[in-house]
Design a protein around this ligand. Structure first.
Ligand SMILES: NC(=O)c1ccc[n+]([C@@H]2O[C@H](COP(=O)([O-])OP(=O)(O)OC[C@H]3O[C@@H](n4cnc5c(N)ncnc54)[C@H](OP(=O)(O)O)[C@@H]3O)[C@@H](O)[C@H]2O)c1
Length: 276
């Protein structure tokens, strides 16, 4: 089985996500010579070359070589055009194709590339930009065990990843962890705003909210207790937390969150249909 550090990886699209994945791979021990990227933007290419020393090209087919993995890191709207650029090279080399584009289903990629190509569709999230992402993965039936392993190695270089066994579950991942950072940001924003209204200085409120979110997430990760048990442990009878939780409950917070995540899920399903 090929080791991660023996792989050749080609990025198509060299924007934010590609840059964070390349940074993650280099941190993991990849040599710059194992990685190449194509992007029409001169600035993006220069940035990658200067920061990571990887080879970059203007044309998607330029110096394509024989990569083991091709990572499609362009916006969903231009995915169809980009797949036409690399179709022959991908089919000829038998490379594994990993797409990080939201809303592009495996059936789209099979239609634009070929039914015989090994394809993994992923759904990362923005904390991947700082190496703390959460990614959902779905493979078509051409993807081998070894290729699954390689995919995990690549995506885990910017956080954690989990496989789903049916593609519709990527829409759930999209509504949960894909959009999830915005839910937490909104919650933090409202907490901060209220603390300022009650009299805290903005910078103090911001720091306390950030650290509370971070500390709670780390505690949830490290603790053997369920989240609900952790919540109960903070909630003394007739105490301050209980007052807040009763207020959340009276204002139907659970229903609000359920409806919001269901709305994101339905939107994700709809967006995927729009690409067909
Ligand atoms: N950012 C996230 O946290 C996140 C999370 C989940 C999924 N995603 C997905 O990741 C993908 C990339 O997102 P991103 O945030 O990295 O976007 P981005 O920064 O805009 O990167 C996309 C890059 O593709 C380049 N590009 C445009 N046309 C191209 C072509 N024909 N061939 C090759 N490259 C081309 C763009 O250049 P120009 O700027 O010059 O057009 C840009 O540098 C998207 O599909 C998005 O849905 C991102």
């Amino acid at each position: 089985m090929k080791k991660l550090t023996d792989l050749k990886v080609r990025f198509v699209g060299a924007g934010n996500m590609a840059a964070s994945l390349i940074g993650g791979l280099i941190k993991r021990g990849f040599l710059p010579s194992q990685i190449s990227a194509s992007d029409p933007g001169h600035h993006q290419r220069q940035l990658l070359t200067e920061k990571f020393g990887v080879h970059t090209y203007q044309g998607n087919n330029e110096h394509f070589g024989i990569p083991d993995v091709v990572i499609l890191a362009v916006k969903p709207q231009i995915m169809k055009i980009v797949t036409q650029d690399i179709k022959h090279s991908v089919v000829e080399t038998g490379a594994l194709v990993i797409s990080i584009a939201a809303g592009i289903k495996v059936e789209h990629l099979e239609k634009w590339l070929s039914q015989d190509v090994s394809i993994v569709r992923t759904m990362p999230n923005t904390p991947a930009l700082i190496g703390e992402g959460a990614t959902g993965l779905f493979a078509n039936n051409k993807v081998s065990k070894e290729q699954r392993h390689l995919t995990e190695g690549i995506m885990d270089s910017v956080g954690i990843s989990h496989w789903v066994d049916e593609e519709f579950k990527i829409d759930i991942v999209t509504a949960l962890s894909g959009s999830g950072p915005a839910y937490f940001f909104l919650f933090m924003e409202y907490m901060q705003k209220t603390a300022i209204e009650l009299g805290l200085k903005p910078d103090v409120a911001a720091k306390l909210v950030e650290q509370t979110a971070l500390g709670s997430a780390i505690l949830a990760q490290r603790s053997a207790d369920d989240i609900s048990v952790l919540r109960e442990k903070v909630t003394s009878p007739k105490g301050t937390t209980e007052s807040a939780l009763i207020s959340f409950n009276n204002n139907k917070l659970e229903r609000t969150i359920k409806q919001a995540i269901e709305a994101a899920y339905e939107r994700s399903v709809q967006l995927s249909k729009d690409f067909l």
